[in-house]
Design a protein around this ligand. Sequence first.
Ligand SMILES: O=C(O)[C@H](O)[C@@H](O)[C@H](O)[C@H](O)COP(=O)(O)O
Length: 229
Amino acid sequence: MITSGPLIWHRFETLADASEALAEAVAVRLRAVIATRGSALLAVPGGTTPARFLTALGAHDLAWDKVTLLPTDERFVSADDPASNERMIRAAFAPLGEGRARFLSFHRSAGDLDAAAGAVSAELARLPALDILVSGMGADGHVASLFPGEPAAAMTGRGLHAVAAHPAGLPARISLSPARLAGAAWASLLVSGAEKAQVLTTAQALPGAYPVGLLLGRPQGLDVYWAKA
Ligand SMILES: O=C(O)[C@H](O)[C@@H](O)[C@H](O)[C@H](O)COP(=O)(O)O
């Protein structure tokens, strides 16, 4: 039986403090990975939490031309749609706007969600495992676009790199697969508020109850950057 690795909590009073600390930790790791491998693959979340983190990370001085960034998931909309995670990430993360870091977009011309997800999965299949994952989490315990009860959350095949998701009442999405998320060399969660802290505590006690459990159960462990408010 594979035992879970260490769950390391980093607790902060504010999201600004948690974001700055996580940005520092990711920058240190990026430098180390680049020094070892010559390049680095970093996945970052969408949603409302990570903008400050992305801006803080982008302000660090490192070899951004050696870094490829990708979203943990993307809404099936156009790249300039206000709901696009890529739009938010590009606005917050200066090294992309200045053409230094590379971005692997999940936006595809394929009109069909499954075809687009298949194209993203095929592109990701040619890449190594994620060096660094920064994920968010919803109050329902979803990570990326792997929602409770959503078939995508159960698509654990190791050959799958990206999956199509149809969360109820939300735009369709393309998500990194459970294997791609859980397989990151180093993984972190950036979350805030008491409700999400409680979901994490419950998920730790009930493996399999929430999609975030796929990160909590990692043998490599998980670092949680939690802000009180
Ligand atoms: O596309 C998305 O919305 C995100 O990738 C998603 O997985 C997000 O991380 C959680 O929903 C938390 O969102 P908030 O940060 O807005 O609470």
